[in-house]
Design a protein around this ligand. Sequence first.
Ligand code: SF4
Length: 543
Amino acid sequence: MDNPLKVIGTSSSTCGSCNSAGCGTCGPSPHTNKAPVPFNRREFGYTVLAASVSALLTGCSQQKSVEQAAQPAPAAPALSPDLAVVQTSKGPVMTTLEEFYKMGPGPSSSHTMGPMRITYDFFQRVSKLPEDQLQRATGLKVHLFGSLSATGKGHGTDRASLAGLLGKAPATCPPQFLDGLTANPDQAYKVTLGSKTLDLTLKDIIFDATKGEFHHPNTMTAKLLAGDQTIYELEYYSVGGGFIEWKGYKPPDKGQPKYPFDHARDLKAYLIDDKIPLPQLLLQNEMAISGRSEKEIWEFLDQVAEVMVRGVDTGLTVESVLPGPIKLHSKAAAMQHNLKTTAKGEAGRAVTRVASYGFAMGEENARGHIIVTAPTAGSAGIIPAVVKSLRDLNTPTQKIRDGFLAAAAIGYLCKHNATLSGAEGGCQAEVGVGSSMGAAMIAQALSANPKVVSNAAESALESHLGMTCDPVAGYVQVPCIERCAYGAVKAWTAYSIASEEIPEQRRVDLDTTIDAMALTAKEMNSKYKETSEGGLAVSVVLC
Ligand code: SF4
């Protein structure tokens, strides 16, 4: 097989020995004929930090006027044909907001969010059964198989499954209710199906065979029983990322997008040719693909924002040792509390505030409380921290909705052209993408032009390339929670960089960086892909 990296540098738009258009190494730069300014990393770091803090505190940033002619973006390097993404991501992006921003209990989209969505689905199905069948019912049982059975106890798969079976909606289930299920494992809870009321306990969630010929590694069955007879049964699969399927599942019919795109450069062409604002373009696509009205879409995004901010607010007030063998103490509440008396100055306070928001939601995820995948459960602290800090700036609701659309577009592009899975691509695919989405969200919500939105996303993703996934003891806590805090702060930093530069002078475009992430994912050693076989996972000794 050819080394896929060999394709880099073959673009006809490059100027010679490197992959950069107009870098000035091989001839005069097309952008400027000024003498190059010596680069000083320390000065640059201070400038960026000051810019971040300024934007954060004031909510505005002066964008440079764009006077120079746009240079054509260099062609993205071709990907190796054996990359899975090349084989599977054909056609335009078809992901919808509801598929992307999924609400449910952490800490695992496949082992807690998926199972709760499954049992809530089953609850809704059996609630609609004919009354004579419901009258015969004596119980509900859920059987967990494969990986759900093998690792479900540590994740809290049983309590998430019971909560859904009891009719608690994944998006709105109070954290106290979930904690109560764990604290009182023998308590019976009532569930009403039509005119029938049944008692359920955690024992109705059964950890069944871990090995066997399962249709999917995360298989579960749900049954409505009348004594030892089964009235109704369905086999389900938690297929990852909070997505669920069942026996006989057919993907929902979708409409065709009004503005089909599969790369950022396609979006850019529409923005220029159709002169349509980015949020409008994304809204029109969402309506066309999902069939939902504008009102329904805004209501959904408002609910996502509320769940996120509620999670941050809860996390900022709770101090606890997080579940699991690491015995990790939460930090968000102390960080927030100490803000009142800290002597860190403006910069320290601003960074601490944003970081505390990231910690708060990351810790809520570790507690198994309700989170939103953005893009995953492990990276679920980043966008809530961004939303909360945008609200601190009194950003209007519509601007935050627009920010959610821009963030989703970045996530869609990364999903379509690389990966969102730590198991496939390391943490760059989770926290890296989350930070990139956050940067785009900030830029869009603060009314930056589309090039700045794209550049901010690129900058954040670029600064996460190569980040490995090595969770200690397999728990989504170390390094995940701190990385959510960093991801949020880096989102602000990326926005600050992108909004302070001349957008057309950015040398790397978003498509190129997404392709680089796919290449890095492909070549990353499997020890660093959520296997807990390398890095921190084998370096940290728990005692
Ligand atoms: S380290 Fe792994 S599990 Fe943790 S957030 Fe990153 S990708 Fe997810």
